[in-house]
Design a protein around this ligand. Sequence first.
Ligand SMILES: Cc1cc2nc3c(=O)[nH]c(=O)nc-3n(C[C@H](O)[C@H](O)[C@H](O)COP(=O)(O)O)c2cc1C
Length: 222
Amino acid sequence: MSSLLLLNGSPRGTRSNSMKMLSRVGEGWVRGGGAEPEVLHLALERDRARAAEAFGAADTVVLGMPLYADSMPGLVMGFIETLAPFVGRGENPRLGFLVQSGFPEALHSRPLERYLAKFATRLGCEYAGTVVRPGGEVLQVMPDRANKKLWESLRSVGASLVVGAFDPVVLSRIAGKERLSPTMVRVMSLAEKAPVTEFYWNGLLKKNGAWDKRFDAPYASA
Ligand SMILES: Cc1cc2nc3c(=O)[nH]c(=O)nc-3n(C[C@H](O)[C@H](O)[C@H](O)COP(=O)(O)O)c2cc1C
């Protein structure tokens, strides 16, 4: 049976949106006939130390991450740099990615998707495609049962990976809207200012001890 390594590149680790999505890709892989996947969280030191070796041993790898500042978290960049010894090695794994973002339009993740496709090819891996999903932060607040369609689509691309690449038709269903209509943009800008939205983000700032620093601008010129 073919082996799959799921690498979770979210600094949030086990309770991340990236992991919620990756685990469904893994379920689909098993449903399609693949072996039970190994899961490593790059945010955990112990897992990070094993990640490059596990990468070299797997048949297929899916590296999942949140979009950070229109790119990847530093944690993922650091991991990618450890793969330098694998450049051009003959038996590299097939490599796919999952990028999910907070903003509700898929187009924010497209530049990173292009980077990742180029990276896989330069490494000498067969590129299996990238799952792009906007609006990922809602997964923290919505109950899992409210996302059945998304989970099923993720299982479906996981199953398609056993026999080849991610199914492009399902990928486009998962990505949804590339760009919101002008009306939706107006609705979203109002929703951004709603007390419930502020309550959520303010809660995160307080929980992480960053409330007093919320107006800091360390790079602003004096
Ligand atoms: C430091 C930081 C930077 C972020 N930058 C972006 C961004 O540029 N675009 C975006 O759409 N979302 C951005 N987000 C939102 C995350 O991509 C989003 O909340 C994601 O679902 C978090 O996934 P996780 O739980 O797997 O970490 C950012 C979040 C953080 C904490």
